[in-house]
Design a protein around this ligand. Sequence first.
Ligand code: PMP
Length: 351
Amino acid sequence: MSRFWSPVVHDLTPYVPGEQPRISQLVKLNTNENPYPPSPRVQAAIAAANVDSLRLYPDPESSALRASIAGYYGVAAEQVFVGNGSDEVLALVFQALLQHEAPLLFPDISYSFYPVYCKLYGIAYRTVPLDADFAIDPASYQQPCGGIIFPNPNAPTGRLLSRAAIEAMLQQHPDTVVVVDEAYVDFGGDSMIPLVAQYPNLLVVQTLSKSRSLAGLRVGLAVGNAELIAGLTRVKNSFNSYPLDRLAQAGAQAAFEDDAYFQVCRERVIASREALVAGLAALGFAVLPSAANFVFARHPAHDAARLAACLRQRNIIVRHFQQPRIEQFLRISIGTAAECQLLLSALADIL
Ligand code: PMP
């Protein structure tokens, strides 16, 4: 605490970096990274970015990368925004695109950074409880608001909201931005990007951290109407002048140019998830239906905090949230088939 800090800074509860294990020693199933390496083309592109080129500033507009992403999704480059991870993209969305007269709506339970951004940027918000089955209830979003944001599939539940429900929200709120955070969409959902042509109030945010195995490169993106993208660019160029660095631009572009690799990785993760869900169910866990690269599960007879601690003793890290309503759940990221098997064997031993 310091007398020099603004009151906003006093009230923050900053992120405490989680354990950063030596990956070889631990089965790391706590932060939803991809268990497979990025496409070999990413490595080649980064290696090819001549070290001498690092003398020069990167392209502030990330033009080549944005053109690749636009081609991939069948939109115009003016409809694509990129940032250093989707967390940065989201920070700019909160600053640029939300009305301040009415509260922003988002689910309770959801991605923990949304309230943080609201507090940091002085944005009013109202949380909307999930229904009894931990799903987003679209009917409860029929209220005046300054914007809506939710992950689809939701985090940490993994549950998916239908396209029809999202379209209904977009139609009910034609004058406010509806942000669909698709960090996990490639593992089982349909992207809403095709709806961007029809709904000028839709902004879709994605990341290369999960399905493209590039959490360490820090690349996120948004696709929306050119007017929304221009708003983000305006804030970025006034306030946050940091473009993606040269290596990130080159690597991310290569990732979008290797769709075959992406599809294989994605399908492997989905297959491991289905096997893990079956294995957990056989051990007596109740598992929420997941469209993501993690599952959210609880055991009716075993305390989640104890299970997480016992797994940790066996060098397996999963995520446990000390949060009302979900404190008996574990969120388990999908690892390789072998890692999932290690987890199931450890749990069988613990229970
Ligand atoms: N949105 C959601 C729902 C997430 O879970 C995450 C990752 N924790 C992010 C955004 C941010 O991911 P990144 O900054 O790595 O793109």
